[in-house]
Design a protein around this ligand. Structure first.
Ligand code: SAH
Length: 365
């Protein structure tokens, strides 16, 4: 093995479950040697296996509204983009779509939207109750920042989990990309959600302008400190009708290193191979499953809405292909990975922090 002794030391320290210093995280994030990168991925794969096992959990996503009141600089759904066909799904449409997820082997539905006040507290609670009554799915919400009393009401109505990416741990970058909002407000939401008993998901975009390895190391530390249960990491993909339309896409290799590092640091969390990674590079999404990921989120937004929920370009065809996936379709997607499709809810099972036995024989490390 051709790891430098320093890289091998950091990887071994991470595998043992010892907390890494920020400069050690930066060291792993900036690896360039293919052999060392492979050693990192193998170490993360081993910790994944010993902490969360070989199942890949499917969370079916329904993007039920393309309206958004916010103006995030990277997102195609931003209020300022006049070129979007906006839509809203009715409660009946959402419930009937959720009703088919069971046969698609999903045990969770993720209800996602822009920040759309049309779905006020009562309307949202009614949708949650209906899905909980009519299906046996776990319900995950991904609908942005809301008053805390809404989060409480959604929880009372039966919502199990909430996804709210912190997007970037740099307060300055956060402010620049989210006019009128700040990181502290986002983090306060995450803390409140945790306090209310949700399983909480967060994560960041990789490849934002001005984002250094130092900032990404801070992202890892923030996720660790907030004790996040589900971690979504995706590459930035430029959308032409946004202020960042001319900025290059994020680097798939760096996304994979983030996933691997987060698996090593957080051990027993749920980490998806994200849609954005698949859109940028389907091969990289497959690789993510060998570098720490254990969740897949097939898109079940129905036509004609699916092509209108364009947070970044290229999502539509990807979603269409996967929505048609039967059991056989997934088999093709996961072929050769040596994994099974999860049958339970795939909640975070808090293993002891020491859940990682030495993974395998240490792979190539
Ligand atoms: N309104 C919800 C859902 C947002 S869409 C919320 O605020 O949480 C889900 C995620 O897509 C966002 O959190 C963001 O991380 C990601 N996203 C948006 N635009 C993107 C782009 N151009 N490239 C990559 N990821 C993007």
């Amino acid at each position: 093995m051709t790891c430098t002794s320093e890289t091998a030391r950091i990887i071994a320290k991470a595998v043992s479950g010892e907390a890494l210093w920020k400069d050690e995280l930066v060291g792993l994030l900036t690896l360039t040697s293919p052999e060392e990168t492979e050693a990192l991925f193998q170490a993360a794969d081993g910790v994944r296996r010993s902490c969360v096992g070989d199942e890949i959990f499917l969370r079916g996503i329904i993007e039920f509204s393309g309206h958004c009141r916010r103006n995030c600089h990277y997102c195609g759904l931003r209020a300022g983009n006049r070129g979007v066909r906006r839509y809203r799904m009715t409660e009946d449409e959402i419930a009937s779509r959720a009703g088919m997820l069971g046969e698609k082997l999903c045990t969770t539905v993720v209800l996602q939207s822009g920040e759309d006040p049309f779905y006020d507290k009562e309307r949202m609670c009614s949708i949650i109750r209906r899905v909980k009554n009519e299906t046996s799915l776990a319900v995950t919400l991904s609908i942005g920042e809301r008053p805390f009393e809404d989060y409480e009401a959604f929880r009372d109505a039966g919502a199990d989990r909430y996804l709210l990416r912190h997007e970037t741990s740099s307060p300055g970058l956060y402010r620049a990309l989210h006019p009128g909002h700040d990181l502290a407000g986002r983090v306060a939401c995450l803390r409140k959600l945790r306090q209310l008993g949700y399983e909480v998901g967060s994560g960041c975009i990789v490849g934002l302008p001005g984002q250094t390895a130092d900032v990404l190391a801070e992202d890892v530390l923030l996720i660790r400190d907030l004790d996040i249960d589900m971690i979504g990491i995706g590459p930035f993909i430029p959308h032409p009708n946004t202020p960042l339309g001319g900025h290059p896409a994020g680097d798939a290799g760096l996304v994979l290193r983030m996933i691997a590092i987060l698996r090593l640091v957080t051990r027993d969390t749920n980490i998806p191979a994200t849609t954005a990674l698949g859109v940028l590079d389907p091969g990289a999404r497959r690789k993510a499953f060998n570098a720490g990921a254990n969740v897949f989120m097939p898109n079940f937004t129905p036509d004609p809405y699916t092509s209108s929920y364009e947070i970044y370009p290229g999502k539509g065809p990807e979603a269409g292909a996967i929505a048609k996936a039967s059991e056989g379709g997934y088999a093709a997607l996961f072929e050769g990975l040596g994994r099974t499709i999860g049958t339970g809810y795939g909640c975070r099972v808090r293993a002891s922090r020491g859940c990682a036995e030495t993974p395998g024989t240490g792979g190539g490390a």
